[in-house]
Structures are given as C-alpha cells and as structure tokens.
Ligand binder design. Structure first.
Ligand code: HEM
Length: 479
C-alpha cells in the first residue's frame, strides 16, 4: 500500500491466513485486507453510505485489490476491485458462491427466481427460461417493441418538457411486458398488471436499502407495495389457470413458462413460481434498460457531433424504413454509443456474492460466509483502463476491446450468472433509439448537468428534456 493510500483507512483487520485445508501452505502471506475509513461501531459505514455511489467509487483511489466495508453491523463485505480477481470470482469461483446479501433481500421480497437462485436450482431455472431469450424469439419481439416506442413518442407533446427517466421506465416496462405476456392477457388485465408491476419495481429499490422491520410498518408506501405485489400474483395465477384450461399457446414468454416442467418434481411450474420469475425479470430488465436509455439520450443531447453521426448512420442504413431485427448489428456506431453509455453510466453499483466454504481468492483465504461485492460503475471509470474516463467518447470502442483484460469491462456480468437478457436489452435499446431519434430531438437546457443517484440502479436524479420535432434533411454528416 502506498503512503497516499493510508489516509483512506482507520483500521486494518484480520491477520492473513496462510494455510487452507486441502491447499499447500504458501510461505508468502497476502497483505491484510484493509477496512475503508469512516466505519463506526454499531453502524459500520452507514454514514458513508448516505452517498453510496461516491463512497464505493472512492474505494478505487486506494488502489487496493480488496477493501472491506461494513454495510450491516457484524457483517463484513469485501469489495473486489482488481479485474483479475473479479474475473476469478465470477468465472472460476462462480459455481461455488451464493449470490449474497442484495439477492437474499430480493428473494425475500419477490420469491425464489433465476435471479436469486444458486447451485442446481439456478441451473434448472435458467434452463427453463433460456428458450424465451433465443435469437429467433428476440427477432419476433422487435415488431412489438417498435410499436411501443412509436406509440410512446407519438404521445409526447412537442415543445413540452418531459421527465425522460420516468418516460424510459414506462417504455422499458411496456416493451418487456408486451414480449412477456401481451398474447395471453386481455387489454384491461394487461394494463392492471403493468401498473402493479410498476409499483412493485419502484418499491423494491427502496426496500432493498431498508432494514427488514421497516417493511412491516403500516405506512401507505408499504401498503401500496403489498397490494400491488398481491395483485400481480393474482393476475398471473388467473392467467395461468385460463391458459391451462384453454390449452392455447399464445407464443409469448408466459405461455412458454407454462409449458416448462420443473425437473425436480416433474410437474409444470406453479402460478407462484411463474409470477416470481416475472417479478424479477421486470426488476432485472426494466430499470437497467431505462437507465441506459436515459443516459444515452442525455449524452446525445450534450454531444451534438455524436448525435449527428448516429443520425447519419441511421439515414444511411435504414433510409426511410423502420428499424428491423437484422439492423441491430448493422449500426456499429449506435452500438458504440450504447457501449460507451454502459461504460460511463453503468446502472449496476453493487453486485454481491457470498462464499459457502473457505475460499481462495487470489492469494487471500476467505472464510465461509464472507460477503463479496464488485461495482461496475467504479470499474468502468478506472483511468488505468479507460483514459480520460469521464469523457463520453464512443470512438474508444473502435479498437479498445482488444486491449482490455478480462474482468475490466462487465456490462452484463460474466460467468454462470451472466445476464440472460443481454441480447434482448441491446435489441430493445437499438430499436428504441433508432425509432425515437428519427422523430424527435430531446433538448437539454443550456449548461444543465444531471446528477446521478444509486438506488436499484445508478440513474439520473432528475432528467427533464424538451421534446422538439426532428426536422429533415440531415445530410452532410459523414461517417
Ligand atoms: C441494459 C440493460 C441490462 C443490464 C446492464 C443488465 C446487467 C446485468 C448484469 C450485470 C447481470 C449479472 C448480475 C450478477 O452477476 O449477479 C444481469 C443478470 C441478469 N439479467 Fe440483466 N441486464 C440488463 C437487461 C436485462 C433484461 C432486459 C433482462 C430480461 C428481461 C435481464 C435479465 C437478467 C437475468 C434473468 C439475470 C440473472 C441471470 C442469472 O443469474 O443467471 N437483464 N444483468
């Protein structure tokens, strides 16, 4: 540790272990894992976590591969900062780790699902859902997605200020909901389900950060959440019963889940199991996509030359026709723009894991039950790997990927829990941006800098932009 780094810490804990059962004894002990400054008895780093993202980001300045933080009294969480160790944690150690604290909480709130499951249970659940994310299925969803974007943009009043984040959350939920159960539900039921899901998603972000007892307080916020969660369960149960009774295959994700067989019991999935999967798909797939779309629109407004180049590419590749599935890979510059947003404004701020047995990570030995975490947001802003990291520069993706070490850029994670919706999300984002940008221009007030906040995802604190019609022609911008 350099002299500079010592200022960050008040305590250095735990003598390093050098012998592990079943592993040879090494003579060089790893350095102790330092604890980040600002921890107090009883409350740990609670005060620091008032600015959770700033705190986690600041840990990088220590240049330590591993740093300990205390999120809950009595529980140490080791933040893994070195890309090689993150890679090891996700890939080599992935199968033996539990998902950790944040996912425990998600499971308590929304039930056991592919997002929270571990071990064989996880493999089974992932296999059940996999067909819904196949290439052919995603290509079928594009028309539904585009129709949603077109309807959303048409409803925006020109010349009026728009809450962009709220609009993107609504749009992402609509795109996902249409692909998951549009075919199986009539319009009124679909609207009720969509509105209940929206309440659940908003509530989950807050509840993940609150102690368990706070959820039981008889507050309007808690009652609304409980009612909406029960509403989703009832709607899905009814839809499952109706679909089973009719034997009808509507071709959507819900219909596919109904055909899935639980390998353990040999029985079809229950309504409860299906609604738990749908809850977590909505949570995993809506806030994330919405945050990335919001940040992309923000950066395009701040970088007119980037926006002009995106529009020129859209003109050249699409002309006047609407975007189709095959275009997703035919728009390289738009893909760089999205990749750069996933770097600079990654929505994930803490991904957790937990050791289930004594585990060797690098040269460190961690006892069973150690909470681990990594932060994509901080990782992607590391100047050692991304020069001038706070500058939005899509051109860095022209050739940068070849030089990045494993574990340095993880927009969709890695290993056995790698995002199942990565291709779906990219398709949604390309479809949404290609459709939106050609009909409207979203204008940011002069000099407006938007601040970020980390809740369920890292998102803009408030992002208001004025909707302007897009005027043609846009010729004269070269690729
Ligand atoms: C830009 C949008 C998205 C980003 C940045 C993103 C990112 C991620 C990341 C980093 C993980 C790994 C978490 C971990 O290691 O614990 C993950 C997992 C997951 N994501 Fe996404 N995601 C996005 C969109 C979606 C969408 C649209 C869906 C589906 C509707 C989805 C479904 C999932 C699922 C099911 C998992 C859990 C996979 C498993 O544990 O096996 N995601 N996502």
């Amino acid at each position: 540790m350099t002299g500079l780094c010592w200022g960050m810490f008040r305590e250095v804990i735990g003598a390093p272990t050098i012998a592990v059962k079943g592993l040879p004894v090494t003579s060089t002990a790893p350095p102790p894992i330092p604890r980040a400054a600002g921890s107090f008895p009883l409350i740990g780093h609670a005060l620091k976590m008032r600015d959770n993202l700033g705190f986690i980001d600041s840990l990088r300045e220590t240049r330590e591969p591993l740093v300990e933080i205390v999120l809950q009294p009595g529980t140490r969480t080791i933040v893994v900062q070195d890309p090689a160790l993150i890679h090891q944690m996700l890939k080599a150690l992935g199968p033996s780790l539990d998902k950790g604290r944040l996912y425990d909480k998600l499971g308590q709130l929304l039930g056991d699902s592919v997002v929270t499951a571990t071990g064989r249970n996880h493999v089974r659940k992932r296999r059940q859902l996999q067909p819904a994310f196949a290439h052919t299925e995603i290509s079928r969803y594009v028309d539904l997605m585009r129709a949603e974007v077109t309807a959303t943009v048409a409803a925006w009043e020109r010349g009026r200020s728009l809450d962009v984040r709220e609009a993107m959350v609504g749009l992402s939920l609509d795109m996902l909901a249409k692909t998951v159960f549009a075919g199986s539900l009539d319009d009124a039921v679909f609207r009720r389900l969509r509105s209940d899901l929206s309440v659940v998603m908003n509530g989950v972000g807050a509840r993940m950060m609150l102690p368990d007892w706070a959820e039981r307080l008889p507050l309007p916020f808690n009652r609304r959440f409980d009612r909406a969660r029960a509403g989703v369960r009832t709607t899905i149960n009814t839809a499952v019963d109706d679909l089973q009774a009719s034997g009808h295959d509507t071709g959507d994700m819900l219909s596919m889940l109904l055909r899935a067989i639980d390998e353990e019991t040999g029985e079809p999935l229950t309504g409860h199991q299906i609604s738990s999967e749908i809850f977590t798909l909505a949570v995993a797939g809506t806030e994330t996509t919405a945050s990335v779309l919001s940040w992309t629109l923000y950066e395009l407004a701040r970088n007119p030359s980037v926006e002009a180049r995106v529009l020129a590419e859209l003109d050249e590749v699409l002309g006047e026709r609407p975007v189709a599935f095959d275009d997703v890979i035919r728009l390289p510059y738009l893909n760089w723009v999205i990749t750069e947003t996933l770097r600079l404004h990654h929505p994930g701020w803490l991904v957790t894991r937990r050791t289930t047995e004594e585990t060797r990570l690098g040269t460190w030995t961690l006892p069973a039950g150690t909470e681990l975490a990594y932060c994509q947001h901080a990782l992607h802003r590391d100047p050692a790997r991304f020069p001038d990291p706070l500058t939005f520069d899509p051109n860095r993706w022209n050739d940068a990927t070849q030089t990045l070490p494993p574990g340095a850029f993880l927009p969709f994670g890695d290993g056995k829990h790698k995002c199942m919706g990565d291709r779906l999300a990219l398709t949604e984002m390309v479809t949404a941006l290609a459709t939106m940008l050609r009909s409207v221009r979203l204008e940011l007030a002069e000099g407006r800098v938007v601040r970020q906040v980390a809740r369920l995802t890292v998102r803009p604190r408030a992002l208001r932009m004025t909707v302007r019609p897009r005027t043609r022609p846009r010729a004269g911008v070269g690729l």
